[in-house]
Design a protein around this ligand. Structure first.
Ligand code: DGP
Length: 115
């Protein structure tokens, strides 16, 4: 757990969240400011501040995160109509919380390219 990390505090239960999925490696919860009818954040329990800090030791973890997210998208009912994964990195990428998180956005037709 990293000090002063919002998402580490959510994992620890110090800040409340609406759980969608939880296991020994990952936690998923609803975004507080949803950008679509379905907006879930999938985070590893391991603190990695930004995706560019992940290294070869994290390869399995990152792959598993995508596979868990696939199951969550199915459970949320967005897999078939379609959805989007987003992971923002650093300021120009729009990252505001420095604990990697995969956004699952769905429940409506999404425009492209993003703003
Ligand atoms: P990003 O901008 O990619 O770093 O996404 C961070 C997301 O985290 C943003 O969509 C809003 C969400 N968020 C920020 N604070 C909280 C919180 O306290 N609870 C929940 N559930 N979501 C949060």
């Amino acid at each position: 757990m990293a000090e002063d990390c919002l998402f580490c505090k959510i994992i620890a239960g110090e800040i409340p969240s609406t759980e969608v999925y939880s296991d020994e490696k990952f936690y998923a919860f609803r975004d507080i400011n949803p950008g679509a009818p379905t907006h879930v954040l999938v985070i590893p329990r391991k603190h990695i501040a930004r995706i560019t800090e992940a290294d070869a030791n994290d390869a399995t973890l990152l792959g598993e995160m995508m596979l868990r997210a696939n199951r969550i998208a199915e459970a949320e009912g967005v897999a078939e109509p379609g959805f989007r994964y987003v992971m923002n990195c650093n300021s120009d990428g729009g990252q505001s919380v420095y604990h990697i998180h995969l956004h699952i956005l769905g429940g409506r037709a999404l425009s492209w390219p993003p703003g």
